[in-house]
Design a protein around this ligand. Structure first.
Ligand code: 5GP
Length: 111
């Protein structure tokens, strides 16, 4: 089932897009948890990481490459990438997405 992220891909609703290519799109989170909080998503509708197929390996790697490209372009000193998987894993939108978080000290373990 499609989510709000599909509407962002299709430009049916606005988003602050920071990067886009044939496979992916990245935009600022509407409710940021840090000064930099960007979501990188595949244009292919994969509900969550655990539902990726082997054929998606390059695509998921691409999302991480986009995250690092954005981090370099923004000259981020340090950053964290997070993928929440499933309701119990803190996922709310069931379209695979990588959180790129930076701009404040990041403690460990996360909540
Ligand atoms: P999750 O909890 O599924 O890992 O993360 C979903 C993220 O999507 C949340 O951080 C939430 O703030 C963000 N989000 C939800 N709806 C929208 C939206 O319509 N636009 C944008 N830019 N971010 C959204």
């Amino acid at each position: 089932m499609s989510t709000v992220f599909k509407k962002i891909i299709d430009k049916e609703i606005p988003a602050d897009i920071v990067y886009e290519d044939d496979l992916s799109i990245a935009f600022r989170d509407i409710n940021p948890v840090a000064p930099v909080h960007i979501l990188i998503i595949p244009k292919k509708e994969i509900p969550m990481l655990s539902e990726m197929n082997q054929e998606d390996t390059n695509l998921v790697g691409h999302l991480l490459w986009v995250a690092t490209k954005i981090a370099k372009n923004m000259d981020l000193k340090g950053f964290r990438v997070v993928i929440n998987n499933g309701k119990e894993g803190g996922q709310h939108i069931f379209h695979l997405h990588v959180h790129l978080v930076s701009g404040r000290p990041l403690s460990w373990p996360p909540g």
